[in-house]
Design a binder for this molecule. Structure first.
Ligand code: E4P
Length: 215
């Protein structure tokens, strides 16, 4: 399973990119709004840091508007993937954009049937939202598992991005469920690195080493 970072914060992207573990970035209107900067400027800066798919989301709810926004966004950099919401108008837009060679990431996916429609319309990526399903007392990971099985059955090439990841266990479960990619917030990356036994191990090694040096 590959890792993307789910943020529009440049410092967070730079740091995790320096770890060598990410190959893409996802943003959404809420994440962009948090940065308080010009949308296109932020996206452009991200493309200069990470050499991989960078998802930028449209705002329009009509297919014509989505297509117009998508064409503009795709001019920013060849790595731009346009995020399209999982609605009827979104599917229409995905179909047209696919015919123009513009990659799409269908977002706000909450069921396997939505994921199947998105893939058939021509999406390159589909993003089931795990955490938001868990929030309403549903087992979010079951959606990833079902989508992976269905895509396998029909050799569907769309990649599954496990989104709305809240903690390291979500990442592990997404990998076991067959997600192609997990898009992970900065704080979850930090929690994935940490283990008290690692810290304790380092302390012991250094203590023993000091003992040898003193002899
Ligand atoms: C996916 O691409 C979205 O940006 C994201 O994962 C949304 O997650 P949230 O539920 O933490 O807002």
């Amino acid at each position: 399973m590959k890792f993307f970072i789910d943020t529009a914060n440049i410092d967070e992207i730079r740091e995790i990119n320096d770890w060598g573990v990410i190959c893409g970035v996802t943003t959404n209107p809420s994440l962009i709004a948090k940065e308080g900067r010009d949308f296109k400027e932020v996206i452009k800066e991200i493309t200069s840091i990470v050499d991989g798919p960078i998802s930028a989301e449209v705002i329009s709810l009509k297919s014509e508007g989505m297509i117009k926004e998508a064409r503009e966004l795709s001019k920013i950099h060849p790595n731009i993937v346009v995020k399209i919401p999982m609605i009827k108008e979104g599917l229409k837009a995905v179909k047209v954009l696919k015919s123009e060679g513009i990659k799409t990431n269908v977002t706000l996916v909450f069921s396997p049937s939505q994921a199947l429609l998105a893939a058939r319309a021509g999406a390159s990526y589909v993003s089931p939202f795990i955490g938001r399903m868990d929030d309403i007392s549903n087992e979010g990971m079951n959606i990833v598992r079902d989508i992976a099985e269905i895509y396998r059955n029909y050799d569907i090439k769309a990649e599954i991005i496990a989104a709305s990841i809240r903690h390291p266990i979500h990442v592990v479960e997404a990998a076991k469920a067959g997600a192609d990619i997990a898009t992970i917030p900065y704080k979850v990356f930090l929690n994935m690195v940490k283990h008290p036994m690692t810290d304790l191990g380092i302390q012991r090694f250094l203590k023993d080493w000091e003992g040898l040096v003193k002899k």
